[in-house]
Write a protein that binds this ligand. Sequence first.
Ligand code: ADP
Ligand code: ASP
Ligand code: MG
Length: 491
Amino acid sequence: MSERSPIQQRAGAALVSQARTGLVVMKFGGTSVEDAKAMLRTAAIVGGRRERGLSPIVVVSAMAKVTDQLLAAASSAGRGDKAGALAIAARLRNRHIETAAELLRGDLFAEIEAAIRKRFDALDDLLRGIAAVGELTPRTSDHVVSFGERVSSQVVAAAFAQHGLNGVHVDARKCVITDDHYGKAVPQESAIEAKLSELVLPLVEMGKTPVLGGFIGATIEGIPTTLGRGGSDYTAALVGGGLHAGAIEIWTDVNGIMTTDPRICADALRVKTISFEEAAELAYFGAKVLHPATILPAVQKSIPVWVLNSHNASNEGTKITPTAPPCASPFKSIAAKKKLTIIDIVASRMLMTHGYLKSVFDVFDRFQCAIDLVSTSEVSVSLTVESNAQLPAICAELSKIADVKFEGNKALICMVGEDIRGQSGISGRVFSAIRHINVRMISQGASEINMSFMIEESDVNEAVRSLHAEFFAEPDPTVFDVEARAVAAKA
Ligand code: ADP
Ligand code: ASP
Ligand code: MG
């Protein structure tokens, strides 16, 4: 066996004895709660877990596309377009009421309809306030966007109550305590653990199914925050970690973690088992199927995470485990991260003197701007960052110590697999598969399980398909669902 990686060592140090094996945290993404039909499908999946004697705690996203629409309403209001903002909010109000009407009857419908109207009245007031000031701060943006998960979780909880699952709504803002870094707040894990024990555990012990909105939290003073886009997965991991659950299930709209994004490559195959470390790397480098921060709380408590398909619940999905199974294929999956910018910093006069790189990194630190890839030569440093509005200011600051230029519309391709450790000849195969594509920066990650390089954003689909054809033509059937490909070929 190879040496245990830091992530595996943390998993090994977990407090396994504290695990509540009957508890399962089930997170359902936007498409799994997009309308009444999807919510009923979700109820059936949760009911199935209860029939097996498990105690589910459910985390839901906003209904599909609602977060984007709330952000659009917030920015319209921020531009002073009150009518535009309120029109979006009115459509969202109707969509939620219509969904509740399809799912609920009698007093329960009346109660939830009133609650939805109250929430949307509050949202309208908030949007009017933003439009009057004509300015949108990250704090008010989080407040606006929090309505998506607050309302979806209420409707889902009521649907679960109506359909025999003892559903009960829990306000995530009371449990998920964060700092005040609006837009990407940092969860305070010990406070969350205490709140979950106080507010969620007693409900489980009473045989209820608690339903929380994902993605949202609040500061200790109760001001709404969000965990970053796609953050409901993170909520699920925080809840699972905080309660020492036996399993965390991420229910989405594909069969699991696939060999690449099936939207880019129709041939993508389900990966049956993947290690925490591989999944973390993939998520960080752009595989949207999992939020990058999801893994850590699960790793710390050694909780297995499953990625499953709510549209195809009988599929086994992907199991994420502390150690990877032996695999004859070098890579498990290919991720692509778009909207990146390359910054070239040339310090011709001073060469790379001691402390020079520190002063470069300090600038990024001051702007709280994360760097993905770095390559250095004697006189230059090239870095990649997510494209963002602060880049001109960052570059102006850097130009005090060097010549700087930056170029957007770049993408990072990241190929992940524990089995590339120590294998020679892999990079030759990678670059010959994409020899027709212009490659900018190349890096073999410090974790030794990824190989990454930068290309033009417009080349992403072509590069991913070529690499997929090279490395997944004959994949190891113990790790990849090749049966699905055989079925598709026959059809
Ligand atoms: P949810 O709303 O359930 O959180 P997301 O849209 O955030 O769902 O994530 C699921 C999507 O992630 C899939 O529909 C798929 O297009 C995309 N995706 C990207 N990379 C992968 C991958 N390696 N495996 C599976 N899905 C992927
Ligand atoms: N609704 C949020 C988003 O769209 C969080 C999530 O779905 O995970 O980003
Ligand atoms: Mg997601």
